[in-house]
Design a protein. Structure first.
Length: 498
């Protein structure tokens, strides 16, 4: 089949997106109009369909992505140099609920997971060392090294120390955020066993932290306070880890319904294809998972600015709408309190890839959560309570946001990218490329290529392959970040460090 050189995403759009690099003087036909390109325009970038006077809104995805900084001509390359965001401060919003039925069939799919004592299900069976404070990171890493050498990870999936910088010298909100995220990691179902490693004198006091875990499985979560050990803390730590290892290695995978799957939705290194290929593909999967009774979580609140009303109006009730309004305006106020504008988010890589404003980025970013209703809204560090689509408060930063998604209870994270990134958080972090060149050039980073969608593959066909791939990873197939050994955590910080 002959493939188009451009795409008009929504009938209301005033731009088209180039699917390949296009040259000045090339002619395209759009809605019966003949348009001559006025500049060389890279793939993923926008070309104006009609003249636009200075101040006129430019439409993409059916919504404004900013306004023209000056008079623009039909055929002109629209980019960050001639397009300005419409975003400013906080806003008042009105709830106009949209009730869209997904009409997706129940399939009774299963995956092979580890059913924990509390009924939660993990897609990995790992042993984790979780420091309560950064001062014992070195001891944690050494314990992991010793246990790996002694066991060769036989009978389990992996052994990790989740080192971080915090647990002390923090005040109020930052301190509580650290404690919540570390709690969430300790309770995560991907861990078959956890050693909580404390120094002893830190602000994040061990006894209070263990109380914070609630009614946890005391056979699977142990505590070592290193300052209280008379002698070699490594020897004491290994005694505890050997006991934990013996318990964890007996765990076996069993068939569980796909409704037990909790998946985080994230993007990074985005480009002009993100909102055309990878993000809509993830959105289709998210809708499918929600229809099966499963759960997905969308975060990156600053990358909702400009698309937030779409999410607000999909809230199941007024209470969730109000929570979403606070989610957005609280983050805007956070920006403003630091003297930063709310609309300056796209990175140099985003702009080079064809994303010109934050609205442009947000309207593409939010495609990852499909069309499902919003059934829950979470603050940073909260754990999931509601199935279906949830919104989570966290920044756009890749490591911080992915950690927040996993901390909320996601067993894996779907990460769309147009430019590529190798990192992973403390759960499998699958990378979905927006374009085939990235998948070809970085096969050691990319788990799935959504670029096929502009090369003739139908969405309905590709989403079936995508579902199968995700279930395979849930069953134990390693994501690329796991194969590479790229796994870490990052905790959000806002205030004073003492």
């Amino acid at each position: 089949m002959k493939l188009s050189s451009f795409i008009k995403i929504n009938p209301a759009d005033s731009v088209v997106v180039c699917l390949r690099p296009m040259k000045k003087g090339e002619v395209i036909e759009v809605d019966g109009k003949t348009i001559t390109l006025l500049q060389d325009t890279p793939a993923g970038h926008k070309v104006l369909i009609d003249d636009a006077a200075e101040g006129k809104d430019i439409i993409k995805y059916g919504y404004p992505i900013g306004h023209a900084k000056k008079d623009l001509k039909q055929g002109e390359w629209v980019n960050e140099n001639n397009l300005k965001t419409n975003l400013a401060g906080t806003l008042e919003y009105t709830y106009n609920p949209v009730d869209e039925q997904l009409n997706i069939a129940q399939e009774n799919r299963t995956f092979k997971g580890f059913v924990r004592k509390n009924g939660e299900v993990g897609v990995r069976n790992e042993i984790w060392v979780v420091p309560t404070v950064g001062c014992v990171n070195g001891i944690a890493e050494k314990l992991v090294e010793l246990l790996k050498k002694e066991t060769n990870c036989e009978g389990i999936d992996a052994i990790h120390a989740w080192h971080h910088n915090y647990g002390c010298s923090q005040l109020s909100g930052d301190h509580e955020n650290t404690r919540k995220v570390l709690r969430d990691i300790c309770l995560h179902p991907n861990a078959g066993a956890v050693l909580v490693l404390s120094l002893g004198c830190e602000n994040n006091q061990a006894d209070a932290f263990m109380e914070m875990l609630g009614d946890y499985d005391k056979d699977r979560i142990k505590l070592l306070v290193t300052q209280k050990v008379e002698g070699d803390e490594l020897e004491e730590g290994m005694k505890l880890l050997r006991d934990l290892y013996q318990k964890a290695k007996e765990d076996k995978r069993e068939d569980v319904p796909v409704s037990k799957l909790r998946v985080g939705l994230k993007c990074g290194g985005s480009d002009g294809f993100s909102g055309i290929t990878a993000n809509p593909l993830v959105g289709e999967f998210s809708d499918w998972l929600v229809a099966q009774g499963g759960t997905s979580i969308l975060t990156e609140v600053p990358e909702m600015f400009g698309a937030e009303t779409i999410l607000m109006n999909r809230c199941e009730n007024k209470e969730l709408f109000d929570k979403t309004v606070h989610l957005i305006n609280d983050f805007k106020e956070y920006f403003l309190s630091h003297g930063e504008p709310v609309g300056e988010n796209p990175s140099p890589g985003n702009k080079a890839g064809g994303i010109s404003t934050l609205e442009d980025k947000a309207l593409g970013c939010t495609q990852k959560c499909g069309r499902a209703p919003v059934s829950g809204v979470l603050q940073y560090g909260d754990r999931l309570e509601t199935t279906g689509l949830n919104l989570l408060s966290a920044p756009g930063n890749d490591l911080v946001a992915a950690t927040a998604l996993a901390s909320a209870g996601c067993q894996l994270v779907l990460f769309t990218t147009g430019r590529g990134t190798p990192f992973g958080t403390f759960v499998p972090t699958m990378k979905i490329s927006t374009n085939s060149n990235l998948a070809k050039n970085k096969p050691n980073w990319i788990d799935f290529n959504a670029g096929e969608l502009v090369e003739g593959t139908e969405m309905k066909d590709l989403v079936r392959k995508f579902i199968d791939k995700i279930i395979a990873v849930a069953n134990g197939e390693e994501a690329r970040n796991e194969k590479n050994g790229y796994s870490e955590i990052s905790i959000f910080k806002n205030g004073v460090t003492l």
